[in-house]
Design a protein around this ligand. Structure first.
Ligand code: GLU
Length: 550
């Protein structure tokens, strides 16, 4: 009778599970290779939370010579948007995640879009029905609501299970009559589980976990014949030969359902690794990173700020394995690919998504870029976000590279940039066409209205400026200038007898720095002066005077 029922419900399904088993054989990979996937709905973009999951999954696959594939889970039509798949693929590509198989790449375990796999799901459902492990359920919304009310009244667990599973034991004739009447139905699992028994499993990240067995007759196929997440997960991850299901930990409580599905389907279950969510602090409470509330949850945010994707990935790496950061600081010449991530070291609870931390990681990243590469990235960024500035740096290419190269490619490089958007802020004053066109107050706003400078020091310096000076010669010149003006040649000298001097050579430097950069702090002054040259210095002195006179 079950066989008859299966035929009645799925007359067009001709294949059998064996056919698919043969079509999608075990993968021939080296021992320990992780086959895993990123399985988003086609929402058109990837946000930080799912990017973090994709990062971990792709990394685990890559470092074990495994496979990282993309599967589009579009069984929930409500979440679908136009270009939903290409948007996701573009986002992943922009982060340089190599997708081994997927909707665009293809692959022998496809199709990789769930809506194109309906025949596969139905084949397995047909087989479950044949084996008496699934059945059609005609319950209406109203009946299910009534069941719920009854269970609430009786103070029992809510759900479609055991004695409450009203359609579990319909006879063939009853089913046939309902079908003939054209009633809509879903297909449910006839759960063999016992809620009073415990199921134990090992999560690669969270360790050993126990739950009651599942006894809910969960829905396998919805009324439109499309599978639920649970059923599609079991079928797809089995047939795509996933070794590790790496996903968000909102799914951890579904594992009993999933293991039961693997069991009734006769599949070996994969290993599970449930990733703790990225979180934000809001006042005293902690909440999940939110697409709606947090601008920094979107990839666009990083693009607009000019935080390169490689820096974002380094940041995600520090979140994924806390020991990564120390390793990276000690091995600055190495890349992410050289670090082996471990599930056991991944956080088991909410992971604080801290932009301060991102900035500090990004500073290290920027400090290690070669000036040429930094120039290229900077130009690309400003071509998109500030064409005027892009034109200026393009016109002054050599100068810009020289400026960007100050205190770079040395043992302890400067860490003044956390993003491309910082470049303008840090460097714009070095271009005469910007600095001299600002009104003096705003050009020198970095001095915070401090007008206590002796501009004659800079004027005298202009007279003795030599662009061929070595750093030592330059310093000697400044010391002489200091001495001639009643400042100590050395700081030490000044500290011993402060009353004898107006200040020390450092103060002379600060005066020149203020005049030239409009700021109290700057990269190496000797280098700056060399790059700006005498002519620019002269113009800046006039500008400085106007600021001081005001
Ligand atoms: N489509 C599911 C989600 O977006 C995927 C979960 C999984 O990786 O299995 O949450």
């Amino acid at each position: 009778m079950q066989k008859e029922l299966a035929e009645l419900l799925f007359p067009n399904i001709m294949k059998t599970p064996e056919d698919y088993e043969a079509m999608y054989p075990e993968r021939n990979l080296e021992k320990g290779a992780i086959v895993t996937r990123f399985a988003p709905s086609p929402t058109g973009f990837v946000h930080m939370g799912s990017l973090y999951q994709a990062f971990i999954a792709s990394k685990m696959a890559r470092q074990t010579n495994g496979v990282f594939y993309l599967r589009i889970e579009d069984t929930d039509q409500k979440r679908e948007v136009e270009n939903g798949i290409t948007g996701i693929i573009n986002d992943l590509k922009s982060f340089d995640f190599k997708i081994d198989e997927g909707p665009l790449q293809g692959g022998v375990y496809g199709p990789y879009i769930q809506s194109e796999r309906v025949e596969i799901y139905q084949t397995y459902v047909k087989d479950l029905i044949k084996r008496g492990l699934a059945y059609p359920c005609f319950c209406t919304e109203k009946e299910l609501a009534e069941l719920r009310n009854r269970q609430e009244r009786e103070k029992v667990r809510i759900g479609y299970y055991g004695m409450y599973a009203m359609n579990r034991n319909l006879t063939f004739d009853e089913i046939k009559a309902k079908l003939d009447a054209g009633l809509p139905y879903v297909i449910r699992l006839k759960s063999p589980g016992d809620f009073h028994k415990t199921i134990n499993f090992h999560d690669c990240i969270k360790g050993n976990i126990s739950f009651p067995e599942n006894d809910m007759d969960i829905i396998l196929l919805k009324q439109d014949g499309v599978p639920t997440y649970h059923f599609a997960h079991a079928i797809d991850d089995h047939l795509m030969r996933t070794t590790h299901v790496i996903r968000g930990d909102e799914w951890v409580s579904s594992v009993p359902v999933h293991l039961q599905l693997f069991e009734v389907l006769g599949f070996t279950p994969p290993k599970y690794a449930h990733i703790a969510p990225l979180t934000k602090r809001e006042g005293t409470s902690v909440r999940k990173l939110s697409k709606r509330k947090d601008p920094d949850a979107s990839i666009r945010f990083y693009h607009e700020k000019g935080i390169p994707h490689d820096a974002v990935k380094l940041f995600l790496a520090t979140l994924a394995n806390a020991n990564f950061e120390m390793w990276y600081n000690q091995n600055k010449d190495k890349t992410l690919d050289d670090f082996a991530f471990q599930f056991q070291k991944m956080p088991v609870g909410g992971t604080y998504f801290d932009l301060e931390k991102l900035n500090s990681v990004s500073r290290i990243y920027f400090s290690m870029l070669k000036a040429n590469n930094l120039y290229d990235g900077t130009l690309t960024y400003y071509q998109e976000y500030d064409q005027d500035f892009a034109q200026i740096i393009e016109k002054n290419k050599e100068k810009t590279i020289a400026l960007l190269n100050i205190e770079r490619e040395v043992k302890r490089p400067r860490k003044d940039l956390a993003s491309y958007s910082d470049v303008k802020h840090e460097f714009e004053n070095f271009y005469d066409e910007i600095f001299l066109n600002k009104d003096p107050e705003s050009a020198y706003s970095g001095l915070e209205n401090d007008k206590n400078y002796d501009v004659s020091l800079v004027e005298q310096y202009l007279n003795i400026y030599q662009d061929t000076d070595s750093k030592e010669e330059w310093m000697e010149r400044l010391k002489g200038l200091a001495q001639d003006n009643g400042y100590a040649r050395e700081v030490k000298q000044y500290k011993e007898n402060p009353e004898e001097y107006k200040g020390h050579v450092g103060d002379v430097c600060e005066t020149i720095r203020a005049c030239v950069t409009g700021k109290k702090m700057s990269p190496d002054l000797y280098e700056i002066l060399k790059i700006l040259g005498k002519e620019s210095l002269a113009k800046r002195i006039d500008h400085f005077k106007k600021y001081l006179e005001d």
